[in-house]
Every structure is written in structure tokens, then in C-alpha cells.
Design a protein around this ligand. Structure first.
Ligand code: ARG
Ligand code: ZN
Length: 852
């Protein structure tokens, strides 16, 4: 039963006002709802209210008890007039809610997750994003166990009942869809602060956590205040309530949720201190805190008309959080990071059986469409339009968008229209990026005539078929392009924006006096796969000379990739140009440590596999290990001096200090690749001496892949010290699941029986099973044991939490591209999943589409 975009119809009934009354208890919670219902348009259809796992106690229409009909899970009521007051009373069981959608319990805290369709698990309601209501909430609970009672908006009253229970009343003045409703009750303490907005409104800020975690909330609070100031400065967007609450919970399906005035977070994206969180964790906290905050405008004030428009809020908000992170840190490194995520997570979607458009056409379960395509490719699509418009016109466009659609449920087309009207620029050609799936493949060739000093750039694009879209049209592809002089090592043709609109194009350059090197798709201006026809030596030269940091990074990566692909396919690979270029990068005075670390990091095994027609994971692994060994051996001295770089005290979180730590740790891993003994000694020494989690985790990360005695000592020491901290224990599981050794497939099976493994906790499940699925070499163990392990995990997890189980399926998706033996084993795993009894529709959709 698929839902289709073309079937959209405005809601038959609106609900301008809703009052909710919660009698909270983990075992059985009573929910009374009063809905003010208004007929929308001229029709005689009944009112249909969505419900899921609700026990109906009673229903009333205008005060009179009624017997509502049931159609599937929907409650059906015939209403004679154009308005009615509909009241329902239901019972739910938060403690038994293992799906973590709706109202559930996490470590003694009662909390909600309603996006996308969780509100129907709390009360009967037209649970769709284009029904906007004003919410009044009353909640009552045991005062000892639940001293803090929170919901959206403002706290307007509170009191005691005398029987040990107390209550609070909340009112949210902003109409919102049901997916933005939130409620929290628990024994929480706040890190409280305030922010004064640009118009002088003083906003109280609270980050609510368990008391013991209070010292770990400082970074999230700093990030929140930076994000609030940034949105004012860059988008002119100001916060609109007097109160902004964040709550951290340990059990959460995704990263966090932008509920109006009451953001609820996976604790992994709130809690951090030097001892327990890495630099990457700190950056992720800034990113997610900002992301959820930015949703207040791009999501809450303007929401989505239907779930096919999800990228309207997610693509735009990811673009906004990426720009924020670039501004508060290193912009080039942030761009490298974003592209790495896109290539690792989104390109495989576009190239596999789960390919879908940024604005999909149909779904079975909407939770399966919270994807890298909707989020990250959606962000790239907005970045392309922003590149074409330039900063000023883009801002004029977003100003108009926020102004025109404030308080509405809008579409992706509305967004593009507002950008066009605000900027005066026709962007209609870009709309195909919303509807056409697949990553465009662009090939480029530069011809140079030394006599006439003319250079000609030939460009060609094509998009391969994806499920349901056999024929593809050309897409508009903005390519920031410059020419670099091979001799002068300088820009000889200034950067210009080339827009490839048709299948082919040629671009002329005049006055090209020396052999030119093509620097194209600078800053990764378009999310494409690019193949450039190059002479030997070009990439090595570009890795030294390109004036765009991203393209310079890309040149070295491509140089490595060519060697890796050659050796993975049994061709003779010349590693010398690679080690020479890596050495030059390490020794460069012009580059900072963070950039060097990113640039010399080898492409991952899945990325290498993406370049092969038939994937043999052993050959891919061998090829990558051989290059790591070569770099470790040839560049022993350069790596040792990079490792010796000082200037990164553990408490220093500046971009410079983080960069030094990153470079030291990338160097450490390569040193160990060259000489296991030296590497083990260094890593163990670092592990023992570390005063911060970045260095500790990196040292352990190097050790886990070695067969040294220090490995097990360090793992045991790490466990002893941190086993009471769930987020650090997740790292312990994940590090072992990521280990590059033959034994990993046995290890993960042992860890699945470890007393600290909790299949019902999404973070722990992802740490073990999720991480293992992306450990290319171990997962693709030739005997199929890796596949069996993940299949068992998926089926077990599905019984508790279908949404999280479904997210473990993608590693199986590319079975057609593997050598026949593995391909067959992978396909059998998918068939075992599809054939399992009592399968959720979440897992069914992902597994059956992967087989098709
Ligand atoms: N809107 C949230 C975010 O991007 C994600 C929530 C998705 N939840 C879900 N159950 N699919 O920040
Ligand atoms: Zn989001």
C-alpha cells in the first residue's frame, strides 16, 4: 500500500484548536483530546482521525457520547454541520512503546517523538502536516518521579493535586502540525542561560538533562547561542517565543527533533566534555543543535504541505547548518566533510535499488525517506541555486520565502518560486533536481593549442536509469571552473561559473600561454561524478598548485583513487606519484594541519568499490592496505614529524588545535600501517597518556586493527574506566565493530551477547550492527557470516523498533555489483528478511525494494 504524491488532496477537515489533557503514568497514560473541527471546502465526506495502538475509552461529538466507526486504523465520524467539538479519551502504555514513536519512556523520562506519524500513537487526529492547530496542553504526573513537566510554547499555569501528583499547563501561540507536538516529564535539571534577540526580546534558554550530566551541557549551550545569533545575521531570522527548551534522552531513533520551543535530542548530540567526547562529537553537537534551532523558521514557522515535500525543510535546513558550521570553523574542511558524507551515504542511494528523487513520488513507510538524498542531496540542490544567484540575490529570495509562506504548509515548488521572485532570476531549470533521481556523470576534456593559445573545454553529461525512471533528461550543472598553469603553478584563467545545461557543451578560453590544468567543480559546486581526461602528472601537479582548497584535496584523492582502482583490478599500480604527492602535502608550509589530515586520508573501501564493475572486497582491502603500507614506509620521517606536531592541548577546542589533533591521529594510523610494532607502541603510549577523548579514541582505533598485545589491554582499560557512561560505551562497541581484522566477524557476534549490548537502544544497536555494516571488508566476509549476523540483527530489532531496523538494510542493497558468490549470499539474506513472519512495513519496503 503505497502513498503517492499525485494523490494529494487538501484536508477535508481542519482543526484550528486542540486541547490535550494527559494523566501521565509509564504503564497507562490517559489522554483526553478536544478538537475544534471545521469543514474545509464543500464536500460531504466524514471526519477521519488517524490512530495507532490506542485503546479508545470514549468519544463525544458536541458533548454527546457516540460510537465511532473504524476503517482500518482510522476512526470515522459523520458530522452533519460545518463545525463540531470532537472529544476522545484513550489509553496508551508509554513503557511498552519500543518503537520510540509517540509517547515513550527513556531512562525514567517520559518523552515524545511525533515526526513523521507518531502523534497518532498519542491520540486520534488528522495526522498530516497540512493541518495546523493551536495547542493547549495540561499534564499531570507523580511529582517525585516527574518533577519537571514540559510541552511546546509557554508555561501558563502549574499546581499541586495533594495526592503526590502535580500538573502544568502549556500553551503554544503558533499554529503547528501534529508532528511538532512534544511533551516531556521527568526528573531533569537545567543548564539555564538567556539570549537577547536583535529586536531586544530576552529568551530564556534551558538544556534539560539528568543531574549528573549537567557539566556536559556547556558546549551545546554555546552552540545554541551562536546559532541564534547566526540566523539573525545571515538570514534575518529571530526567535519568536520567550522560552526555548532542549531535552536530552538516551533512547532516540534519529539525531534530534525540532518540536516548537521544545527540541528533543538524542543525548549523543547534547552531552560532551573533554574526557568523554571527541572533537568530531563536539562538532556534531554544534551542527545538530544549530540544525534543530534553524528549523524554527525552516520547518516550524513554514512547514511541509505533505511528506513528499520533506526536503523543503530538511534540504534547506541542512544547507543552513552546513553554512553555519563552515562559518564557525574551517570552511574548506567543512566542505570536504560534507562531500565525504554525500559520497559515502547519498551516491550509493542514487546508484542502487533504493534510488529516489529529492522529492519522492511514492512511499510505503515515510520513515524510510529520511535519507541522505532528501537531506544531503536536497542541501546540494539549494547550494547550487545559491551559487547561481550569489549571496545577495539568494538572501532576497529567502527573505521573500519566509515572508510569503509564514504560517503555511508549503511545497518545494513554492520555495523555488520565492527564490525566483525575490531574486528576479529564472531557476525553473533546476526543478528537475527535485524530480529526477540518480547522480549525473560528467566527463570533461581540455584541449590546448600552444600556437593560438586557445583552450577548449568539452563537457558531456549523462544520468543512468534508476528504478521507475528509465529515461533521463539533462540537468543544469553549475561548475565553478578555473585554469591553473602547469609551469607557473598559479591561476591563469580566473574562476568562472560554467553552467552545463544540455547533454554537451564547449567552452573557450583565450590567451592560455602555458599548458593549462583544469580545475573544475571547485568547492564541489555540483553533486556529480566527474571524470576528467588527464595527462599523467596533472593530478600530482594540481595537488600542489590548485588555488581552490576543495579541488586541491580532490586532486590528491583522485590520484590515490586511480592507483587504488588499478591495483584492486589487478593492474600494475605505480604508487610512487601518490607517496610523492602525500609527502609534499605533509611538508607544505602553505597548508594547515586540518587540511593536510583530510587530504592524505585514503579513500574508503566502499568508495573504491563504487568505482569497480565487479566488487571483490578482498582485492579492495588489499589494494588499500598496500597503499597505506607504502605511505607508512616511504614517508616514515614526514609522518613522524607530523605526529610530533605540537600545539594541541587537550582542552583547546579551537579549529587550529582540533586540526593538529586530527593530523597527528591520521599520521599515527599510517605509521602503524608501515610498522605495526612502532605503531602499537606509539598508540599505546598515546592511549595511556591522553587527557582527551579525541586522542584516546584515535589511539584505540589504531590499536583495534592490530594484532598486538596492547590491543586487548587497551580495550579492557577503556571498558573498565567508561562502562558506566553509555555514550562512551557506544564508542567501545563501535571501535571493535570497525576493526580491520579477519576476526571482526567473530567479535561482533560475541559483542551481541555482551551484557551491555541493548538491542532496544538505537545508539547501541547502531554502534554495533550499524558500524559493522559499513566495515566493508569484515561485513563482506567470504563465508557469508557477516551477512548472517546483520540479517539476524535486523530481524531481531524489527520486533522492537522497525524504523531503526530498516536503517540497517542499505549495506545489502548493492548485491548485484559484487562477485557472484557474495552477490548470491547477499540476495539470500534479503530474501530471508522479506520472507520473515510478522515483518514491519518499514523493513519490508527496504528489503523488497533492494531485491527488485
Ligand atoms: N526532523 C528531524 C530532523 O531532521 C528528524 C526526525 C525524523 N524522525 C523520524 N522518526 N523519522 O532534525
Ligand atoms: Zn531536520
Amino acid at each position: 500500500v503505497a502513498t503517492r504524491r499525485e494523490d494529494y488532496r487538501p484536508p477535508d477537515w481542519l482543526v484550528p484548536e486542540i486541547s490535550l489533557d494527559f494523566d501521565l503514568d509509564p504503564q497507562r497514560t490517559r489522554v483526553r483530546a478536544s478538537l475544534e473541527i471545521v469543514r474545509n471546502g464543500d464536500h460531504d465526506r466524514p471526519l477521519r482521525l488517524d490512530g495507532d495502538e490506542l485503546t479508545l475509552i470514549s468519544a463525544r461529538v458536541d458533548g454527546r457520547e457516540v460510537e465511532p466507526g473504524l476503517d482500518g486504523k482510522q476512526l470515522v465520524l459523520d458530522l452533519p454541520g460545518s463545525r463540531a467539538m470532537v472529544e476522545t479519551e484513550v489509553e496508551i502504555a508509554p513503557a511498552a512503546n519500543t518503537k520510540l514513536m509517540g509517547l515513550y519512556a527513556s531512562g525514567g523520562i517520559l518523552c515524545t517523538q511525533c515526526e513523521a506519524e507518531g502523534f497518532r500513537r498519542i491520540t486520534f487526529f488528522p495526522d498530516r502536516p497540512d493541518v495546523l492547530s493551536r495547542y493547549r496542553v495540561r499534564m499531570e504526573a507523580d511529582k517525585d518521579r516527574f518533577p519537571i513537566l514540559l510541552s511546546n510554547g509557554n508555561n501558563i499555569a502549574a499546581g499541586e493535586e495533594g495526592d503526590g501528583r502535580h500538573w502544568a499547563q502549556w500553551e503554544d501561540p503558533f499554529p503547528k502540525p501534529s508532528y511538532l507536538f512534544a511533551l516531556v516529564a521527568g526528573d531533569l535539571k537545567a543548564n539555564s542561560d538567556s539570549f537577547t534577540t536583535m529586536s531586544g526580546r530576552k529568551v530564556a534558554l534551558n538544556i534539560w538533562v539528568r543531574e549528573a550530566d549537567l557539566p556536559k551541557t556547556a558546549h551545546a549551550m554555546e552552540s545554541l547561542k551562536l546559532a541564534m545569533a547566526w540566523d539573525e545575521k545571515v538570514y534575518g531570522r529571530e526567535y519568536d517565543l520567550d522560552l526555548f527548551n532542549i531535552v536530552a534522552v538516551a533512547d532516540f531513533n534519529m539525531g534530534a527533533m525540532e518540536n516548537k520551543g521544545l527540541n528533543i535530542f538524542n543525548s549523543a548530540y547534547v552531552l560532551a566534555d573533554q574526557e568523554t567526547a571527541t572533537d568530531a562529537d563536539f562538532d556534531n553537537i554544534s551542527r545538530v543543535v544549530a540544525h534543530e534551532y534553524f528549523h524554527n523558521w525552516s520547518g516550524d514557522r513554514i512547514t511541509c504541505r505533505d511528506w513528499f515535500q520533506l526536503s523543503l525543510k530538511e534540504g534547506f535546513t541542512v544547507f543552513r547548518d552546513q553554512s553555519f558550521s563552515a562559518d564557525i570553523g574551517s570552511a574548506p574542511v567543512k566542505r570536504i566533510d560534507d562531500v565525504r558524507v554525500l559520497r559515502a551515504a547519498q551516491f550509493p542511494e542514487d546508484a542502487g535499488p533504493l534510488a529516489h528523487a529529492v522529492r519522492p513520488d511514492s512511499y510505503i513507510e515515510i520513515s524510510n525517506f529520511y535519507t541522505a538524498t532528501v537531506y544531503n542531496k536536497g542541501a546540494e540542490l539549494i547550494r547550487m541555486m545559491a551559487t547561481v544567484l550569489g549571496a545577495e540575490k539568494f538572501r532576497a529570495g529567502t527573505d521573500l520565502y519566509f515572508d510569503r509562506h509564514d504560517g503555511e504548509a508549503a511545497t518545494c515548488d513554492d520555495f523555488v518560486k520565492a527564490l525566483e521572485d525575490g531574486s528576479g532570476v529564472d531557476l525553473s531549470a533546476f526543478k528537475i533536481w527535485y524530480s529526477q533521481a540518480g547522480t549525473p556523470k560528467v566527463s570533461a576534456r581540455l584541449q590546448h593549442d600552444p600556437q593560438t593559445r586557445a583552450a577548449t573545454l568539452h563537457l558531456e553529461q549523462r544520468v543512468d536509469p534508476t528504478p521507475g525512471q528509465p529515461d533521463k533528461a539533462p540537468m543544469p550543472i553549475p561548475l565553478r571552473t578555473a585554469l591553473i598553469g602547469e609551469d607557473s603553478c598559479a591561476e591563469i584563467a580566473a574562476e568562472q561559473l560554467v553552467l552545463l545545461e544540455k547533454a554537451q557543451a564547449t567552452i573557450e578560453f583565450a590567451n592560455v600561454a602555458e599548458p593549462p590544468l583544469l580545475s573544475i567543480n571547485r568547492g564541489f559546486s555540483a553533486p556529480i561524478v566527474l571524470t576528467v581526461d588527464r595527462r599523467p602528472g596533472e593530478l600530482e601537479r594540481l595537488a600542489q598548485c590548485d588555488t581552490d582548497p576543495f579541488s586541491r584535496y580532490e586532486a590528491l584523492q583522485e590520484l590515490m583513487m586511480c592507483a587504488l582502482v588499478a591495483s584492486a583490478t589487478g593492474a600494475a599500480a605505480d604508487l610512487e606519484p601518490v607517496t610523492r604527492a602525500v609527502g609534499a602535502t605533509l611538508r607544505s608550509d602553505a597548508l594547515d594541519a586540518a587540511f593536510k589530515a583530510e587530504a592524505i586520508l585514503l579513500p574508503s573501501e566502499p568508495l573504491i568499490a563504487d568505482r569497480l564493475d565487479v566488487v571483490d572486497p578482498d582485492a579492495v582491502h588489499e589494494s588499500r592496505e598496500a597503499l597505506r603500507r607504502a605511505i607508512g614506509n616511504e614517508l616514515r620521517d614526514d609522518l613522524a614529524s607530523a605526529y610530533g606536531t605540537s600545539g594541541a592541548p587537550g582542552h583547546d577546542l579551537s579549529p587550529a588545535a582540533k586540526g593538529v589533533r586530527r593530523l597527528r591521529n591520521v599520521a599515527l594510523a599510517l605509521i602503524a600501517a608501515g610498522d605495526e610494532r612502532v605503531g602499537a607502541t606509539l598508540a599505546h603510549r598515546q592511549f595511556m597518556a591522553a587527557d582527551n577523548m579525541t586522542d584516546r579514541q584515535a589511539a584505540l582505533g589504531t590499536l583495534v586493527s592490530l594484532d598486538a598485545p596492547e590491543r586487548d589491554q587497551a580495550l579492557a582499560a577503556f571498558y573498565d574506566r567508561f562502562h558506566d557512561d553509555p555514550l562512551v560505551l557506544d564508542k567501545w562497541f563501535a571501535l571493535q565493530a570497525a576493526a580491520q581484522r579477519r576476526e571482526t566477524v567473530d567479535e561482533v557476534q560475541r559483542l551481541a551477547h555482551h551484557p551491555d549490548f541493548r538491542i532496544g537502544n538505537p545508539n547501541r544497536l547502531r554502534a554495533l550492527a550499524g558500524t559493522f555494516g559499513y566495515n566493508h571488508w569484515a561485513f563482506h566476509s567470504p563465508d557469508g557470516r557477516g551477512y548472517r549476523f546483520l540479517t539476524d540483527m535486523i530481524l531481531d530489532a524489527d520486533k522492537l523498533n522497525p524504523q531503526v531496523a530498516a536503517r540497517l538494510i542499505p549495506p545489502f542493497g548493492r548485491w548485484r555489483r559484487f562477485e557472484p558468490k557474495r552477490g548470491e549470499l547477499m540476495r539470500e539474506s534479503l530474501e530471508r528478511i522479506v520472507g520473515a513472519r510478522g515483518l514491519s512495513k518499514d523493513v519490508y519496503e527496504q528489503a523488497s525494494k533492494s531485491l527488485a
